[in-house]
Design a protein around this ligand. Sequence first.
Ligand code: HEC
Ligand code: HEC
Length: 150
Amino acid sequence: MKIKTRNLVLAVLAAAGLGVSALATAGDVPQGLRGGKSVAEEALQPGNYAVEKDHAPAAREYVQQPPLIPHKIDGYTITTNFNKCMDCHSWTRYRETGATKVSLTHFKDRDGKELSNISPRRYFCNQCHVVQTDAKPLVGNTFKKAEGLR
Ligand code: HEC
Ligand code: HEC
């Protein structure tokens, strides 16, 4: 009895496997991020996009937007002990470096308590602030600047 059950399970698994491979070779399957390739094959490589050249701070699209980073950030590491961004953007350093100082909002913890140094929730700058590349949008869109900023 036990053996029979196991054979049945194996047969079902094999059939499921066949189903999957039949699907994968059918032409009308949407191309996933892996471009329909099997997991054993190398994944699609991201394009080799160039980061924008350093420029003046970009206009914002809506008032709550984290401003885009207008400069390269290669090698600007953030570890538990050191935050390269704060080396220029902190309130003690911004005058010397010419960088915008981080705003007051970045000193508030998640409970709204004011802190004397950057809040842990704002520590990983790249969670919100990003550089731009010359990559073209993948799909069209009709996004417009917020009314108050036009
Ligand atoms: C070597 C100094 C330096 C370092 C390090 C640095 N920045 Fe900057 N950053 C600047 C300067 C200078 C500006 C431009 C200020 C200007 O022209 O008004 C700037 C501008 C910005 C702005 C635009 C502010 C605005 O008002 O639009 C953002 C966002 C920013 N940096 C984020 C970062 C982040 C995130 C990091 C770390 C990954 C970082 N920066 C590291 C010097 C630095
Ligand atoms: C959770 C998202 C988030 C994180 C993390 C974060 N920021 Fe911001 N940042 C924002 C938003 C949103 C704004 C615009 C509103 C504001 O000033 O709070 C902003 C504004 C700024 C500005 C512009 C200030 C001004 O006066 O115009 C600078 C500079 C900046 N951030 C730097 C940093 C740096 C450096 C870090 C890392 C130490 C960091 N931010 C982490 C979301 C974030």
